[in-house]
Design a protein around this ligand. Sequence first.
Ligand code: PEP
Ligand code: MN
Length: 338
Amino acid sequence: MMIIMQEGATEEQIAHVVARIEEVGASAHVSIGERVAVIGAIGDREELAGVPLEACPGVDRVVAILKPYKLVGREFHPHDTVVDVRGKKLGGGHFVIIAGPCSVETEEQVMAAARAVASAGGTMLRGGAFKPRSSPYAFQGLGVEGLKMLAAARDETGLPIVTELLDPRDLETLLDYADVVQIGARNMQNFQLLAEVGRVDKPVLLKRGLSATIEEWLMAAEYIVKEGNRRVILCERGIRTFETATRNTFDVSAVPVVRLASHLPVIVDPSHATGRPDLVLPLSLAGIAAGADGVLVEMHPNPEHALSDGPQSLSPAAFSEYAERVRDLVRWTGKTIS
Ligand code: PEP
Ligand code: MN
């Protein structure tokens, strides 16, 4: 349930309500808005109903949350969450362009990609060091060596790093290098992994599962936020359908649906959604028009020789043109590019 405090409620009154909620073994999540504070109480419904929270000083009203997700829902937190990554903002009117290769392959490759992202005005560099490949015989990533290469590229260009975590045993090491921890589509329902990244102090980019409904995706985000990490970025990357013209089917309607249901920022990944470089721009524009807070695209200095996802990757020249077109539309939406 949600406890909406009166305007001007004091810190003591908020702390008192939190204490009453915790007395019955429930957890309290305080969100301080511009005018009023809202406290989300999560726990046993019956136990909570036994606490007369309406009678506590400073409480305006108590409202039931009907959706299965609580902390990530707009009911609980009406205002857009703005995620800050090394000073680059995302959400709440701030837009990001994240680009880079599917996999980190060599120092030269990552550095060339990073320079191309920076010179085209991109916001962050992406690149996988731990790769979730469909085949156990395919390139699995460089691991820690790859993380070091990403960090070196950040040192030179200043671009924050987005990279995927597959195994909780690599979390501590990955945190030494990454600025945003990516949870890939295949791990969207790896609940232990979600809880682990829920306990860290770095933003998490959560991709939609291959066959996940929007509600399942938001429940996955709830696992992260429930542990205390509120800096979650949702990423629509296409879902499995019967259509074979594209690698997946880009669900553009997910963008406004999620924005209405949740306060978390949502970005789009047209590269994995389509598997085709010629569709990256039109679907990015569709996602932006639908309200996306950013794009994540694969770009490789030499797509023809990429060790993974080369066919869908943009070249640096194509990316530079792409970024200009993206910026044109973002300006039109009134958002600011970070
Ligand atoms: C990736 O970003 O390279 C990736 C593997 O994406 P997804 O989890 O969306 O398939
Ligand atoms: Mn990829």
